[in-house]
Every structure is written in structure tokens, then in C-alpha cells.
Design a protein around this ligand. Sequence first.
Ligand SMILES: Cc1cc2nc3c(=O)[nH]c(=O)nc-3n(C[C@H](O)[C@H](O)[C@H](O)COP(=O)(O)OP(=O)(O)OC[C@H]3O[C@@H](n4cnc5c(N)ncnc54)[C@H](O)[C@@H]3O)c2cc1C
Length: 504
Amino acid sequence: MSKKSVIIIGAGLAGLSTGCYAQMNGYESKIFEYHSVPGGVAAVWKRGDYLIDGGIHFLIGHKPGTPLYDVYSEICDIDSIDIADMTTYLRFVDETGTKSIEFTQDIEKLEQDLIQIAPEDEDEIRSFIKEINSLKGSSLLTDMGMSTAPPELRGRFDSLKEMWQMRGFMKYFMGKYSKSAVEYAEHFQNPFLKTIISYLFSPDGPMWFVIMILATVASGQLGLFKGGCHTFVRSIEERYKSLGGQIQYRAKVEKIIVEDGKAVGVVLADDSEHRADVVVSAADGKSTIFDLLGGQFIDDKIKKRYDTWKTYDPMSGVSLGVSRTFDDEASLNAFMQKEPIQLSDRDVPLVYLRIFNHGDVFAPEGKSVIQVILETEWDYWKNLRENREQYENEKNKLAQDIIRRLEKIYPGIAGQVEKIDVSTPYTTWRYTLNDKGSPMGWLMTKSTIMEQIPRTLPGLENFFMAGHWVLPGGGVPSSIYTGRNVIQILCKRDGKEFRTKSED
Ligand SMILES: Cc1cc2nc3c(=O)[nH]c(=O)nc-3n(C[C@H](O)[C@H](O)[C@H](O)COP(=O)(O)OP(=O)(O)OC[C@H]3O[C@@H](n4cnc5c(N)ncnc54)[C@H](O)[C@@H]3O)c2cc1C
């Protein structure tokens, strides 16, 4: 019997993951990717001798003994990828440069350091630290319920099973840790501590996620790609190809062909038509549903999601190639500013600095890449881009402002800058087509995290969706798991046992 064919739109992590599992389960798959390289938002690029890593900041669950590690192992040679343990999550420095605190693996020290900074908040600090300790080492950190069945495969007992698995976590969906970081920060009196708590991750993201990240660091399960995030992407692409999968780059899908309520193929931008038994979109959710499918397969829930849900704020990145090293510095630093950075209509109170001193591929010897990340506005950059000169001027202005601020922290650095690269939300959109340049899809909130988004659309057969637009909160694990889910559903419908290895 000939194999069922599957077309996958997008070679980001979700598309590649879908492709790997499709091949393992006896489907013949082909990925059409708009860009010239795989990875989607997990992207790196060269600027002279410098390698700019504009993608994944850290990988959760990179070491054996976690459900996530097992899943990574299914789709790539995770052991051969050089990953450093992130032993310090973040160093936070106040605006005078005199007070600082490091969020390291050592939770007891962190508790003491926080109490020293804010003795008036001792009780709240102790309960915050207690939560980190109680999650340390938990498999929930590297699974978060993602291994349970997707909505399409849920039986009567699956929700109960999930609730049981997640029981240790349920308390975080209510009470103070379900608040956004900025709201939870109000539980503290000390102004410095309030700012620290608000900006440990995203001010709008839930506080339990921050606790989870710190517990992951404490468990030694947060990793940094020593060779850049593309080493991970390329390893998955290699596995996919070795399983017999095909990828066509520079192939933008313009339309999904639907006949008799079934997806039967795609039309590319060059007007070529490609047919398959199944179509999976691992591309941007909005353009898939409303452009490629013309908005014909939606219900009230989908409409509400796309009308009202918040996406992660897009980012600007100012990357600098500098002729100096930062040997003993933390890889992630937050420097509070006396004068906030003014970007669009926002005041950004700190400089978030990533230092790429965890690998030697980013810069020639004796030099380094550093990168300042700023959450910003899509509309602002999109409108600016309509006038190319203005857009470039604004990018330049931002870079100069950042260099001026860094000069105060690292005197002499302004004269050591050899390369400047500024990316904006428009850059993210231009290379990945993610709506409003969102880096991770839907923002994780109290209500979105409870929502099960199906991997299918109502009224459309033989069609599936994978990626960070079908699992609120997005991120690497979600993208990989949702690709796995799609093939699990397909296997179930085809009466096959789901495999996680090659059939050969
Ligand atoms: C700067 C940054 C840092 C991050 N840090 C972390 C982190 O530390 N930890 C973590 O877990 N996650 C992180 N993330 C998020 C994580 O990288 C993403 O959620 C995940 O990689 C998304 O993968 P995806 O395959 O779902 O989507 P995408 O990466 O968006 O892939 C979609 C692909 O589809 C292609 N495509 C779109 N439309 C079409 C079309 N019409 N035709 C053909 N192809 C199309 C795109 O070109 C793209 O390659 C970060 C993201 C960014 C941007």
C-alpha cells in the first residue's frame, strides 16, 4: 500500500518536529518553508566575524532524566549538541550600580541575599523561595502537562489524569502566584525588590512562570546553546532528512486547497500546486486561518481568540560585536536605568543585556557579542518601516542610546564596538511571518493557560495545526510537542500505533 502523503507548512521547530514524527510513522512528508533556512524564530545570522544569535535564550530540560529530554532525543541528537548549564539566571543591578543580586542555582543564598536587600519583606521572600524549593527537581518543570493527550485524543479520564499529574501545580493557577509579575510585585514593600520581581521575566507574564524558571535553574535544567540555537535546529533538520523527509526552502504557501471540506494541498507563491493526503500548518496561526484558508473554518472560540487574546510583545534586539571579553559576567543581566529608555510610547526602565560568553563561536578570540533585548510595539516599527530612511534612523538612534548607556556600565566600551546589528518586530515578521512579530505566539495568562486549543479546525478534514499558536505560552517545548500531537492524532485516526522511532 502506498504511503499517505503529508504537506507541512513551515520549517520552524514545530514543522520539523511534525516532519520527524510523520516520517517515523510511515507517512511521506514534505515541508514548504518560506525562508531560506530552517528554524523560524530560532534564528542566527552573521555580521562580519560575529555570529548573532537572535533566537532561543535558554532550553528547558536539556539533561537526561526529564520527559522533555526524552522528546528532544526522539527528534535530534541532543547529546551531541553543546549545551552549558545556566547556573545563574539573571544578575540584577540597581540604577546606581552599587546594589546587585544574582539569581543563581543556590536558592538558600538567594533567600539570604534578598532578605539582606529588603529585610522589611522577609516573610514574603521566604514564601517565594519556599515555592521555588518545592518545585525544584519536579518533573512538572519539564513537562507542564504537555505530554498528556491533545484535545482531539482526550478520553473521559484524560482530564482527570492531567489534573492528577498537575495537582502540584494547580495552586499556581489561583491565588497570588497566578497574578502577573508586576501585580505580584506589589506584595513587596522594597522598591528595588518590586522592580526586580516585575522584570525577572516579562512583567505581564504570570508569577508562577518566574518561579518555575528559577526552580528549573536550581534543578540544573536550563541550558545555553554554546554553538548558537541553530545547532539545535540543524540537528532536528538532519534527523528529519535522515528519516527521508524533504524540505523546499524559499517556498511560500499562499493558499491551502480545500475540496469537499478536505484539505488536499497547497498553492505556492510561484503558483505551483502541490497535493497531499494531509496538510499541516506549522506557520503563523492568524495567516493560516484567515489568509491561507480564507477564514472559512472558524467558530466563535477561534474568532474570540484572534479578536481578543494578547500575543507576547515583540522584541527589538541591539547586538554589538565588541573587541573585549566579559569572562566572569552572568550571561543575562538587568541594569536599572536612572532615565528610562524611551521606545515608541513606552518607558523601558532597564537594560536587559545578554552576554554570549558561554561559547566561542560568537566572536573571534578576545572579542564578544553582547545583546540588549527590549520589549516593544509592533505598530510603531511597522509604521516606521513604511519610510525606510526613518526606520533606519530610528534603529541607529536606539543603538547609539544603548551604547551610551553601556558606556556608563562598562567604561570604554563605546570605542570597542566593531559591529552593530538592530533587529525589530518588523525583522521577525519579515523572516517568519509571525503575526505582529510575536516571538512566542499567545501570551500565557491566567485564562489562556487553561484553554485547550485543538490542533484541528471545525469543518475541515485532513488538516492540522502545530506550533506556538496552538499552545498558549509558546516556546520550544510547546512547538515540539504540538508537532508530535498532530502525528499522534493522525496515527489514531489511521488505526496505527504511534511510534517515536524510525520504522526501519
Ligand atoms: C528572541 C527569542 C527568544 C526566545 N527564547 C526562548 C527560550 O529561551 N525558550 C523557549 O522555550 N522559547 C523561546 N522562544 C520561543 C521559541 O523559540 C518559539 O516559540 C518556537 O521556536 C516557535 O516555533 P514554531 O515552529 O512554532 O514557529 P516559528 O518559529 O514561527 O516557525 C514558523 C515557520 O513557518 C514559516 N512560514 C510562515 N508562513 C509560511 C508560509 N505561508 N509558507 C511557508 N512557510 C511559512 C516561517 O518562515 C517559519 O520558519 C524565543 C523566541 C524568540 C524570538
